[in-house]
Every structure is written in structure tokens, then in C-alpha cells.
Write a protein that binds this ligand. Structure first.
Ligand code: ASP
Ligand code: MG
Length: 421
């Protein structure tokens, strides 16, 4: 069995959906679990619905949602020619649910409403994708992933209960394959034990697919993207990115940790645990083999360049100018944990310590207030973290040129720079 994940860009419109149908055509005769994201920029649009609703602008929320919904119906009608009555009725159920919710005043947290509304993007895209495959004569079974993926109630960053989920995969997914070649479901979303919808964090569909691959013991996971595979630098911002045909899990984990957006950082863990290879391939050039990520260490990689923006540097020095003791560091890291900061880099000296963290304004302010009890803090905002793995002397200069450098670390085969944007 294989697991395929199709992101929003691959199913953005009727043409994209037809293309995915033809990619799946090549898999005829082999069971494949298909995980799909919301169409195109639907998640962003749904976020604006939630914002308007929560700010008390109900009409605006309804209006944005309605337009988005209508676009989905249009795509469905386009791909099924005469429109599939069953699929349209299914879409309409989701519309009714959202509209009901929008009619009441919010009484719970923003994050709760976010998840109840945003999950509809994936639900709608998968109904349309299923109708397309059925129209092409495929035996496909649509599954509401909220019946499978059980999570806690940390809305917007829910964590999966793997034990419960594994049981559902055995009961529902494996059973569905006894009568279908394709089982198709949503990425990114799940449900609590009280049947409230949850989401796993933006771009979380990769992670959903990896969890399914692990629980199904899949031969491989393939993530279909709009790039031919993993490149040594972000092709959107780099002129001549170099294609990397093979990578180790470790290398890929390092890349995603420092901000490479090619796959969601959490994706690799379940795969590595079961030694399942991950293929990153292009849905635009499905004949090209793409990048394979697996257990084998790969030598001779080109310099890998990763930029993470939205960084804040905290330069901290002991208030009494005594040496930085272990207890002080422990206290500091406890605060980091308590305020949920994401530390990307840490450097210590005799009296001082510097942290490069993701910008999260309210969390940072609370953190600084508490840390000020034992450290003098200087906060530098508007920065980015440049990580170069396997750097070559000639590759570094151009990337840092003309920008103020606040911190620089060279350790083993990795160079890192905190730069002003
Ligand atoms: N649709 C969600 C997002 O755009 C999840 C995903 O695409 O992975 O973040
Ligand atoms: Mg996406």
C-alpha cells in the first residue's frame, strides 16, 4: 500500500483535480490511501471568515464564506459535467453547519471557532476529489478523518492520540480497502473525544499523511508538490536552486527545523520510526522521480541554504554580572518552556546568553517580564536566521552581504547567521 498526499496547489481548480485523477490512474491495481489539503488558498480565506466572525462582523463572515462555498460548487460542477447530486448535497451539509455556527455570537475561544470553521476547507476539497475519481470510474471511499484521527483539545495545534487513532485505522481504513482501491481523506484536521473539530497546525496535512503511512505500514509516502523535489534552496527566492535526488531523514529533519518549507517538520518522525521512505515529487511532472528521503546517509550534498524569517534575538546578561550559572540557565529554559517560545539557536558566554526565537509577540513580552528578574535583556526584532549546511566559502558571502549580522555560529558542517531583514 502507498500513501499519497496532495497539497492545496495540486487541487486548486478543476484542471488540478483532473491532473490528480490522472496521477492516480497510474496506480491502478495498487491500493492507495490519499490525503488531500484544502483547495488552493482556501485555508487562508477561511481564516478571514473566522476573524470577521469573531470580531462581530457576521455579515462579512457569511459573505466571504458564501463566495468560497460557491467556488467549490462551481469546481464540482465543472469536473462532473452535469454535477453530482450526491456530492453537491454533501457539500451543502458543510455549508449549513458553518452558516449555523456563524449565526450565533461567539462564546468560546477564537481557536475553537477557528478549528470548527477552517476544517471545512479539507472536507469540501475531498468531496470534490472523490466525485472526480468516481466520475473516472474508480472505486474510491471517502472518509471523514475526524472519525479516525483523535486529538486532544488544543485547538489549532492539536496533538494526535496515536493509540486511539491506530485502532480506528485498523477498524475503518483497513476495512474500507476491502472494497475500494482508493481511500481518500482529509489532512490537517481531527476531532476530540467530544466530537469537536481540531486542526494540527498550518500545513499539517503532510503530518497526517505520515501518521497514516506509519499506521498502515505503507511501502512509501509520496508528497506531491509544485516543485520537482527537494532543492538546496527555496526555489521561490533563489535563482539557480540545485535539485537533490536523495537525502537522509536526519538531513531533512535539520532542514525543516531551520525553516525549509518543503515538508512539515513533524512529518519525518513517524516515517523514520518505521523506516518508510518519503518521496517528494512534482504533480506537474509526474514522470520525474523526485527526491527520496530515507535512512541512508548521503554524502557530497551541495550547500543547503535555509532562511527563516520572523526571528527575534534576545541578548541576555546576568543582572549581577556574575558568571552564568547552570541554575540560571535552567531557570531561563523553564521560562522558555512555560511561555512556549520556539528556540532556533542558543549561544552562551561567561556572563551572557543569546537566544534566537520565533516572533510571538504576547508570549515574548510575558517571557521578558519574568526573565528580567535575573537577566538584563536586549530585544532585537525583524531578523532572519540563515542556516547553511555543508557551506562552501564561496557560497556564504553573497547571502550575508549588505545586511547587519547580529550573531554568527560555525559548528561542524553548519554555519548560521542572525541577520537584519
Ligand atoms: N490546508 C491547510 C493549510 O493550508 C493544511 C495543509 O495544507 O497542509 O495550512
Ligand atoms: Mg497547503
Amino acid at each position: 500500500m502507498d500513501v499519497f498526499k496532495f497539497g492545496g496547489a495540486s487541487v486548486a481548480d478543476a484542471q488540478g483535480i483532473r491532473n490528480v485523477t490522472s496521477i492516480l490512474e497510474r496506480m491502478k491495481g495498487r491500493p492507495v490511501m490519499v490525503v488531500v489539503s484544502a483547495m488552493g488558498k482556501t485555508t487562508n480565506a477561511l481564516e478571514t471568515v473566522v476573524e470577521a466572525y469573531y470580531a462581530g462582523r457576521r455579515e462579512q463572515a457569511l459573505d466571504i464564506f458564501r463566495k468560497l462555498f460557491d467556488r467549490h460548487v462551481d469546481v464540482l460542477r465543472e469536473i462532473t459535467a452535469d454535477g453530482s447530486i450526491q456530492a453537491e448535497a454533501h457539500l451543502d451539509e458543510f455549508r449549513t453547519e458553518v452558516e449555523w455556527l456563524l449565526h450565533d455570537r461567539p462564546v468560546r475561544s477564537f481557536d475553537y471557532y477557528y478549528d470548527q470553521i477552517v476544517c471545512v476547507g479539507e472536507l469540501m476539497s475531498t468531496v470534490i476529489m472523490t466525485a472526480a475519481l468516481q466520475g473516472a470510474g474508480r472505486k474510491v471511499h471517502w472518509v471523514d478523518v475526524r472519525d479516525i484521527i483523535r486529538t486532544d483539545d488544543q485547538f489549532r495545534s492539536a496533538r494526535i492520540d496515536l493509540t486511539f487513532t491506530a485502532g480506528q485505522v485498523d477498524r475503518i481504513i483497513k476495512h474500507a480497502f476491502t472494497s475500494s482501491d482508493i481511500v481518500l481523506t482529509q489532512g490537517f484536521i481531527g476531532s476530540t473525544d467530544e466530537n469537536e473539530s481540531t486542526t494540527l497546525g498550518r500545513e499539517g496535512s503532510d503530518y497526517t499523511a505520515a501518521v497514516f503511512a506509519a499506521l498502515l505500514g505503507a511501502a512509501a509516502l509520496t508528497i506531491w508538490k509544485d516543485v520537482p523535489g527537494v532543492m538546496n534552496a527555496d526555489p521561490r527566492t533563489t535563482d539557480n536552486p540545485v535539485f537533490i535526488p536523495a537525502l537522509s531523514y536526519d538531513e531533512a529533519v535539520e532542514m525543516t527545523f531551520y525553516g525549509a518549507q518543503v515538508i512539515h517538520p513533524k512529518t519525518l518522525y513517524p516515517l523514520r520510526k518505521h523506516a518508510i521512505p518519503l518521496y517528494v515529487r512534482s504533480f506537474l511532472q509526474p514522470e520525474v522521480p523526485g527526491t527520496v528521503i530515507g535512512p541512508k546517509k548521503i554524502d557530497g550534498l551541495p550547500p543547503v541554504i535555509i532562511r527563516k524569517s520572523g526571528q527575534v534575538l534576545l541578548d541576555m546578561i546576568t543582572t549581577d554580572r556574575q558568571f552564568l550559572r547552570d541554575e540560571t540557565l535552567v531557570r531561563l529554559l523553564e521560562l522558555v518552556k512555560h511561555h512556549q517560545l520556539t528556540v532556533n539557536l542558543i549561544q552562551t558566554h561567561a556572563l551572557s546568553v543569546s537566544l534566537c526565537v520565533d516572533e510571538r509577540r504576547d508570549h515574548l513580552e510575558a517571557f521578558c517580564q519574568e526573565a528580567a528578574a535575573f537577566l538584563d535583556i536586549e530585544v532585537h526584532r525583524g531578523l532572519s536566521l540563515l542556516t547553511i549546511r555543508h557551506p562552501r566559502p564561496e557560497s556564504t558571502g553573497d547571502l550575508t552581504e549588505g545586511r547587519r549580522m547580529l550573531l554568527q555560529i560555525r559548528a561542524g558542517d553548519v554555519a548560521q547567521y542572525v541577520l537584519e531583514d
